[in-house]
Design a binder for this molecule. Structure first.
Ligand code: SF4
Ligand code: SF4
Length: 287
């Protein structure tokens, strides 16, 4: 996780700016897509009631998912969805970093490489031959990596997709020179606040909630499903304890690795936990 954005002097002219004020006086915002499913951009667009407020507070200069209107940079805030999977991506993100005063990476793709990072353990040439009839035309890197592996990122917002209210809060914090802060406790806390019956205790299902950062509102356990770790590892993750508990209840290594190798598989904490499990097992049981 990148260090929090320094609070003072984010924008010299305080926002929100009155709606009638000219667009050119508002802080400029760009929203960029890299390798992703667009779900996090759509999550931002889904906050219908607040979109007008957002558009009144910032000038949306580049957001191709929403509009073909482009106002040239530089921008005050850049929001990036998606991971870096091509040499062109790697070059492009460096240009975006130069163009944006603050850069926010949103979603599991941008903060951990996304589900497409599963290729990082595989032979990408082999994958290409499975998927494309003419793989020689595909120009791709062997890996899918987070934005922060290529350029400095000022803030990372987890989730698959992100929780849009969190993004609005981070933007509004920036606009009033306040340091963005997000909950750092685990999904278990949200789960207990919703008074859910714990699927791990009641049904013996391995659940990533104890080592996953809060933010989703414990959606899956609320529907009697285990947590799949969409918000990535919690701060001060104790993966060894989670693994120890799951192993004590006879869960197969392959099931635990499956859970860890999901949308945040290439986050360093989940990656180390999954790799460690595989290294310790003589052979991983078939799923
Ligand atoms: S993090 Fe999830 S929802 Fe967001 S772009 Fe990636 S795959 Fe889609
Ligand atoms: S169901 Fe999962 S998230 Fe909820 S309390 Fe149990 S372990 Fe934690």
């Amino acid at each position: 996780m990148s260090p929090p954005i320094p609070a003072p002097d984010v924008f010299p002219n305080k926002s929100p700016v009155p709606a009638e004020q000219s667009g050119s006086n508002r802080p400029k915002l760009g929203v960029y897509k890299f390798a992703s499913c667009d779900g996090c951009q759509l999550a931002l667009l889904s906050v219908e009631n607040h979109l007008r407020q957002l558009a009144d507070s910032v000038e949306i200069c580049y957001f191709l998912e929403a509009s073909s209107r482009i106002v040239p940079g530089p921008y005050d805030i850049g929001i990036v969805e998606g991971s870096v999977t091509t040499a062109h991506d790697a070059e492009r993100i460096r240009g975006i970093r130069r163009d944006c005063r603050y850069l926010i990476a949103i979603g599991a793709c941008a903060t951990a490489g996304g589900i497409q990072a599963l290729r990082n353990w595989a032979n990408v040439e082999e994958y290409l031959s499975y998927v494309y009839a003419e793989p020689q035309y595909i120009d791709t890197l062997a890996t899918s990596t987070a934005i922060s592996e290529h350029v400095p990122v000022d803030f990372e917002l987890r989730g698959c997709p992100i929780e849009p209210q969190q993004l609005l809060r981070v933007i509004s914090d920036l606009l009033v020179d306040r340091q963005p802060r997000l909950a750092r406790h685990s999904v278990c806390v949200e789960c207990k606040l919703r008074q859910n019956v714990c699927v791990a205790v009641a049904r013996g299902i391995p659940c990533l909630g104890p080592i996953t950062q809060a933010g989703c509102g414990a959606i899956c356990p609320s529907f009697d499903r285990e947590c799949f770790g969409c918000f990535g590892p919690q701060e001060n993750i104790n993966a060894a304890s989670w693994i120890g508990h799951c192993r004590s209840t006879d869960h197969a290594t392959s099931r635990l690795v499956q859970l860890l190798r999901n949308v945040n598989s290439y986050d360093s904490h989940f990656r180390e936990a999954g790799d460690g499990l595989i290294a310790k097992s003589i052979s991983v049981e078939p799923s």
